[in-house]
Write a protein that binds this ligand. Structure first.
Ligand SMILES: CC(C)(COP(=O)(O)OP(=O)(O)OC[C@H]1O[C@@H](n2cnc3c(N)ncnc32)[C@H](O)[C@@H]1OP(=O)(O)O)[C@@H](O)C(=O)NCCC(=O)NCCS
Length: 154
C-alpha cells in the first residue's frame, strides 16, 4: 500500500464520504482546508483504486518538538489491516526527520476504538481516570470538556 500526499481531489473525495469514515458528518468542521494548503506535507492518504482506504492529517507543533495527529480515518471495509498503523509509521518517520521527539493525539473519552488503536501503537494516556476509569485530561478542550490525550516518545 502506497502512501501519497493528500491532493485537493483526495480531500474532496474524503469530504464527500465523511459519514463512511466517521459514522456521520459531525467532524466536518475539523476537516479544514488548511491541513491541505498549509500543512500539506503531513496530510497523507492510502488509495486503493478509486477508494481512499485511509487518511491522516497532522502537523508539527511550533511550540515543542512534537508531531500532532489531528485526524486519522480508515474506511470501515479496510480496518484491522494495518492501514492506520502504516499511516502513523509514515508520519512518525517524517516527524523524526524534522527533529520531533514525541507524537501526540487526542480523542473523546467515548471513542473506545480509537483508544484501543492508539494503545496498540504504544501511546500512553495522560491525565487521571474519569468516572468510567478512562484516563482523561480534565477540561482539556474547555470547561467540562475532558479529552483522552495520547503521547508517545518517538
Ligand atoms: C481507529 C482506526 C483509525 C484504526 O485504523 P485501522 O487501520 O483499523 O488500525 P490498524 O489495522 O492499523 O490497527 C493497529 C492496531 O490497533 C488495533 N486496533 C485497531 N482498531 C481496533 C479496535 N477497534 N479495537 C481494538 N484494537 C484495535 C489492531 O488490532 C492493531 O493491533 P496490532 O497491530 O498490535 O495487531 C479506525 O478504526 C477508524 O478509522 N475509526 C473511525 C475514525 C476514528 O475514530 N479515528 C480516530 C479518531 S482519534
Amino acid at each position: 500500500m502506497t502512501i501519497t500526499g493528500c491532493t485537493l481531489k483526495d480531500f474532496a473525495q474524503i469530504l464527500a464520504n465523511l459519514a463512511l469514515y466517521w459514522g456521520d458528518e459531525r467532524l466536518a468542521p475539523l476537516h479544514h482546508p488548511t491541513f491541505i494548503h498549509e500543512f500539506g506535507n503531513t496530510a497523507y492518504v492510502i488509495r486503493e483504486d478509486d477508494t481512499i482506504s485511509g487518511y491522516l492529517f497532522g502537523f508539527l507543533s511550533q511550540t515543542e518538538p512534537v508531531a500532532y495527529t489531528h485526524l486519522i480515518g480508515v474506511h470501515p471495509e479496510h480496518r484491522r489491516r494495518g492501514i492506520g498503523r502504516q499511516l502513523y509509521t509514515h508520519f512518525i518517520a517524517y516527524a523524526r526527520s524534522q527533529g520531533c521527539i514525541g507524537i501526540k493525539a487526542i480523542t473523546s473519552p467515548g471513542n473506545s476504538a480509537s483508544i484501543a488503536f492508539h494503545r496498540r501503537l504504544g501511546m500512553v494516556l495522560m491525565g487521571s481516570p474519569d468516572v468510567d476509569g478512562v484516563p482523561v485530561v480534565k477540561d482539556y478542550a474547555g470547561p467540562g470538556k475532558d479529552r483522552v490525550v495520547f503521547y508517545r516518545s518517538i
